[in-house]
Design a protein around this ligand. Structure first.
Ligand SMILES: C[S@@+](CC[C@H](N)C(=O)[O-])C[C@H]1O[C@@H](n2cnc3c(N)ncnc32)[C@H](O)[C@@H]1O
Length: 230
């Protein structure tokens, strides 16, 4: 009955499962994003990246600009952009089939979800057309993984967290190909940390993008944008 079900939820929470996995959703940008075991829980911090992406989408040229959420996890950012009020062609992609399943659920009717390794997952027709490219890549340096809270360490997939030696391995791959997929004047947005920001900025600049750093004190969020010259 109801009480027994509640007891089971409390027991899972007490055993260390993330609250969002237990209740089945996470709040993100005013939306309820469905999540469960095996998928990265969208962080409130990432609402800063979303707000910047939404502004860029609002200003994007053309009647129906293309938006891509690479490394989409549950698809929270793509879902929020699809709900932003600006008509857009929304795509999301992730390498993890579990994440793809949640993203399909969160984007039902609002966007297409693709499974595969970074850009290899995307339809070729998007090349050179992407106005807003969101990529909340894994960025925790491998050696720092043991320092994460147990909820993340134990209950979120390693592929969602592990950014390689200096935390920038996936970002380097995303940056290297971004120029081929972005429309002229289109922008890549990635979350980073204060510690990584300088190197990450160089990575974007070396890939031919014009970098800009954005910081939000309240959410303790740092976002790096890289714009393809028009
Ligand atoms: C930090 S999580 C972010 C998820 C989501 N964007 C969010 O903010 O909630 C990183 C995501 O990147 C995905 N990922 C890691 N390596 C990838 C790759 N090579 N290609 C595509 N997705 C990848 C993981 O599966 C995970 O869902």
């Amino acid at each position: 009955d109801g009480l027994a079900a509640l007891d089971r939820l409390v027991a899972r929470r007490a055993a260390g499962h993330p609250l969002e996995h237990v209740v089945g959703w996470a709040e993100f940008a005013g939306l309820r994003i469905a999540v469960g075991p095996g998928v990265f829980v969208p962080r409130r911090r990432t609402e800063f990246l979303l707000a910047l992406a939404r502004d860029l989408l609002a200003d994007a040229p053309g009647p129906v600009p293309a938006v891509v959420d690479l490394c989409c996890g549950s698809g929270a950012a793509a879902a929020a952009l699809a709900a932003s009020g600006r008509r857009a062609e929304v795509h999301a992609a992730d390498i993890d089939p579990v994440a793809v399943g949640w993203a399909r659920r969160n984007l039902a009717g609002a966007g297409e979800v693709h499974e595969g390794d970074l850009y290899a997952a995307l339809p070729a027709a998007l090349r050179g057309r992407v106005a807003v490219l969101v990529a909340n890549v894994p960025y925790v340096p491998t050696a720092d993984l043991p320092l994460l809270p147990t909820e993340a360490r134990t209950h979120e997939p390693r592929v969602a967290l592990d950014g390689g030696g200096d935390g920038l391995t996936v970002l380097r791959r995303v940056a290297a190909e971004a120029g081929e997929w972005l429309a002229p004047g289109g922008t890549l947005l990635v979350e980073t940390t204060g510690r990584q920001a300088d190197t990450a900025r160089e990575v974007l600049a070396a890939a031919g993008l014009t970098p800009a750093l954005h910081h939000d004190e309240e959410r303790a969020a740092t976002v790096l944008t890289g714009t393809r010259p028009a």
